[in-house]
Design a protein around this ligand. Structure first.
Ligand code: FVH
Length: 292
């Protein structure tokens, strides 16, 4: 005899680039899917692929227990859910929010009789439904809710649960993306330095990418120093040596006609920490200056 496992029915509010990508993976995996979007035309292709299209958000929320929301921002979530009955619903909000907004939304959902889980998506739409692309979603809030829907939530992308505090998914999301922007700032400066010279950016790119990968494990040393409180632990290149090197970076930028505005704020923090007596430390002391 054949035994078929029933797939959890999902309601999805929001069919932007990300919502549409999510919807396609649940449909492809055989999950009954009800969708709603403010602009109905965006649902047409999904309807042809088997999604139920609700005329209103209230109708979509009434259709299933698991409600996934992927809208532009927290304000649009409030607007879309305003006229819906969330009683006894499992609300999973994948809309990018701040930690504060996520905590407030969790409380807002609880007051309306819903269970709540917040998600921070660490992927772009083409990575959704492509496990080898490495995309995943941070989840925080009700652990029980996360466990209950883990399998369904794992269909579009990997899942990483980071705690009961509803704000933690957003915090992890923003922390990682902030580090990414630091990396982008560094690469912008590097490309600016070689621009105008007889150096092919396409040949330079693998050197740059490999260097960033080689440097990335330094985050583990930083974490270890933060945990122990000893910022000299395992130090390889101390702050005094690194600050002594900064004039070469600034002079090179000047010689290449490149503004130092991306590098200077970080160098300034390094100099301040050195002036406070952190010369034998790693760069970890800069974090103290930021959080003071
Ligand atoms: N796309 C990406 O690369 C990033 C990757 C990381 C995570 N983000 C976040 O995902 C959320 C949704 O992003 P998206 O890419 O789907 O965004 P859009 O394509 O711009 O679609 C926005 C949807 O939101 C609807 N919407 C906007 N305002 C309202 C409102 N007041 N009431 C109801 N719905 C609203 C919009 O509807 P429509 O314009 O089609 O009528 C779209 O469905 C987002 O938080 C990213 O930060 C994506």
């Amino acid at each position: 005899t054949q035994h078929t496992v029933e797939k959890t029915s999902v309601t999805l509010l929001g069919l932007g680039a990300m919502g549409t990508a999510l919807a396609r993976t649940w449909l492809a995996a055989g999950h009954p899917l009800t969708v709603w979007n403010r602009t109905p035309a965006r649902a047409a292709a999904l309807a042809a692929d088997g999604a139920e299209v609700a005329d209103t958000a209230a109708e979509a929320v009434a259709a299933n227990t698991l409600i996934v929301v992927c809208l532009l921002d927290d304000a649009s979530v409030g607007e879309a859910l305003a006229g819906t009955d969330l009683t006894d619903r499992d609300l999973v909000n994948l809309t990018t929010s701040t930690p504060g907004q996520a905590r407030a939304r969790a409380e807002w959902a609880r007051e309306r009789g819903a269970r709540h889980l917040d998600g921070g998506i660490m992927a772009v739409p083409p990575m959704i439904g492509v496990p080898e692309a490495g995309g995943y979603v941070f989840y925080s809030g009700s652990r029980e809710l996360f466990e209950r829907h883990r399998e369904t939530l794992a269909v579009p992308a990997g899942t990483t649960y980071v705690g009961e505090d509803a704000g933690f998914a957003a915090l992890h999301d923003v922390a990682l993306l902030s580090a990414m922007y630091g990396m982008f700032a560094g690469t912008a400066h590097a490309f600016a330095l070689i621009r105008g010279e007889n150096i092919d950016p396409v040949s330079f790119a693998p050197l740059l990418a490999d260097w960033l990968v080689a440097m990335a494990p330094a985050v583990h040393r930083t974490a270890d120093q933060l945990r122990s409180g000893d910022y000299t632990k395992g130090v390889v290149s101390d702050l005094a040596m690194q600050v002594a090197g900064t004039p070469a970076f600034l002079s090179t930028a000047e010689q290449q006609g490149v503004s130092p505005e991306l590098l200077s704020p970080y160098f300034e923090l390094m100099r301040r920490r050195l002036a406070e007596g952190g010369g034998e430390e790693d760069l970890t002391g800069v974090i103290d200056l930021l959080t003071r």
